[in-house]
Structures are given as structure tokens and as C-alpha cells.
Write a protein that binds this ligand. Structure first.
Ligand SMILES: CC(C)(COP(=O)(O)OP(=O)(O)OC[C@H]1O[C@@H](n2cnc3c(N)ncnc32)[C@H](O)[C@@H]1OP(=O)(O)O)[C@@H](O)C(=O)NCCC(=O)NCCS
Length: 244
């Protein structure tokens, strides 16, 4: 059971990090993997009521990886912490299956209350480097949090949020739990690209219209005469008018 989880963790890193060349490399050189291993041990101790041991193991994990996960935090399967340095995950945080966190992410609290005070990240959420998600809020499945965002409110499933305080950009993704490396899907409409697309479409339609008009004008031009140099006479204008 525990080995199956470790195997899943390794396969997740292999699938999600183009820099990972072998499983051995993942086991030896991925702090995100080491942090998850330390957390499983620390969490096991915490759940049995061995709080000091849990804290100590968690502290060792932090010492070796630079990633601080409170032993009370709930971590799902296939969680990928890439690079990891500076990640802080609070006691009542819940991190769902297949979540990706980059370096410098904080899942923190905003109050000293003892109850739930840290965020919940649902399945497949991707959190960019340096983002802070604060308070007992929920980040919906497959949502993407931009690097350095500060998120203070719930985020709907599949949505992308950026900035301080974080605001939603674009539409929510249709398949929110599909992984996209570094959170980039390239499917958020860029207004400049959209404007260019519409200009290109107009130009194509106008070109087709002009070609059709030229073809019709050609058909009405007396033989031996160049349609482009026909003087605009009433007849020509009528002919052109008739082409509309
Ligand atoms: C937020 C994010 C997921 C969006 O990615 P995307 O779908 O490719 O979106 P785009 O790059 O097309 O950007 C869309 C808009 O959001 C803005 N934006 C993107 N990321 C932003 C960020 N972190 N903060 C503020 N604005 C951001 C862009 O400027 C753009 O604005 P515009 O439409 O006014 O031009 C991505 O930019 C991000 O931050 N990913 C995390 C990457 C990371 O942490 N990598 C670390 C690897 S070590």
C-alpha cells in the first residue's frame, strides 16, 4: 500500500516534469518527493497522537528539503511539489489528488482560531511559484493560480486567477482536471490575437468579394478591353451596381 503510493508519486513526477530523466533520479534528487515521504511518516505519527514526534519528523523534512508541511495537513495522492524550496503548508490545509505546487507557495491561515483556518485545494489544482492562498477557502478542481497571486476568496473549478488580490481571468476550463505544465494551456484568449484573428477573417472575406466582383465585371467587359481601365460611365456604374 505505502509502496504503491510512493510508486504513484514517482510516476507523477516522471509524467509532469520534463526534466525528470529516470525514476532513480526522482528518488535521489527531487525534494518534492522527499517532502511527501517525510510527511507520510509525520502524518502517521500525528494521527496516532504522537504530536511531538510528528512535528520532529516534519521538521527534519523541512531541514532536508526546504518544504514545510505541518504533520496535521492532509495531502492527497500524486501531489507534485516542484522545486519546492519555500513551500509552507498549514495544519488544517487539505491538498487534493493530483495537485501541483511550485516553489514558494504558501497555504496559510489568516486567524489564530484553532479550527479550520487553511485552504482546501481540490483535485488537479495548479499553484504557480510564490502564490499565497490564505484562509479557509476552497480552490475548485483544476483551478490554476498564477505565480505570485494572493488568493483570499474561493476560486471556482477550472478557473484561472492572477494578481493581488487574485481575480479570475478568462473562462473556466472545460476539462479542469487535465494537467497542464506550469499551468499554461495557451487557451486563454489574448485580446490582441483575437483582434488580429477578426481582421484576418474580414480581409479574407473582402478578398473573396473583390475576386467575385472582378469575375463578374470581366464577364461584362467588351472583348479586347481591359476591365481595370474601363471609364466609369453610367452603364458601368449600373453594371457595378448590379453586381451587388
Ligand atoms: C496564470 C497562468 C496559469 C496563466 O497561464 P496562461 O493560461 O498561459 O495565460 P497567459 O500567459 O495567456 O496570460 C493570460 C493573461 O493573464 C496575465 N497573467 C498570466 N500570469 C500572470 C501572473 N502570474 N500574474 C499576473 N498576471 C498574469 C497575462 O499577462 C495575460 O494578461 P492579458 O490577457 O491582459 O495579456 C500562468 O501564467 C502562471 O502563472 N503559471 C504558473 C507558472 C509557474 O509558477 N512556473 C514556475 C515554474 S518553476
Amino acid at each position: 500500500m505505502i509502496f504503491k503510493r510512493f510508486r504513484d508519486d514517482i510516476e507523477t513526477i516522471m509524467a509532469h516534469d520534463p526534466a525528470a530523466r529516470s525514476r532513480l533520479e526522482v528518488v535521489l534528487a527531487y525534494p518534492g518527493f522527499h517532502a511527501i515521504v517525510f510527511h507520510r511518516l509525520a502524518h502517521g505519527a500525528w494521527r496516532r497522537g504522537w504530536h511531538v514526534l510528528g512535528r520532529f519528523v516534519s521538521h527534519l523534512g523541512r531541514f532536508f528539503t526546504g518544504i514545510e508541511i505541518h504533520p496535521g495537513a492532509t495531502m492527497g495522492r500524486r501531489v507534485f511539489i516542484d522545486h519546492g524550496m519555500g513551500v509552507v503548508i498549514g495544519e488544517t490545509a487539505e491538498v487534493g489528488d493530483g495537485v501541483t505546487l511550485y516553489q514558494g507557495v504558501t497555504l496559510g491561515g489568516t486567524s489564530l482560531e484553532k479550527g479550520k483556518r487553511h485552504p482546501t485545494l481540490e483535485e488537479g489544482v495548479i499553484v504557480g511559484a510564490g502564490a499565497k492562498i490564505l484562509g479557509p477557502i476552497t480552490i475548485g478542481a483544476g483551478a490554476r493560480v498564477g505565480s505570485n497571486a494572493v488568493v483570499l476568496k474561493d476560486v471556482p473549478a477550472g478557473a484561472t486567477v492572477v494578481g493581488i488580490p487574485a481575480r479570475q481571468i478568462g473562462e473556466a476550463r472545460a476539462k479542469p482536471t487535465e494537467f497542464c505544465a506550469y499551468g499554461s494551456t495557451g487557451d486563454i484568449p489574448d485580446p490582441v490575437a483575437r483582434a488580429l484573428d477578426s481582421v484576418c477573417a474580414d480581409v479574407s472575406a473582402l478578398r473573396a468579394r473583390i475576386a467575385e466582383l472582378e469575375r463578374q465585371l470581366e464577364a461584362r467587359t467588351p472583348p479586347g478591353q481591359d476591365a481595370s481601365v474601363i471609364p466609369i460611365t453610367g452603364a458601368t456604374e449600373r453594371a457595378r451596381g448590379g453586381l451587388r
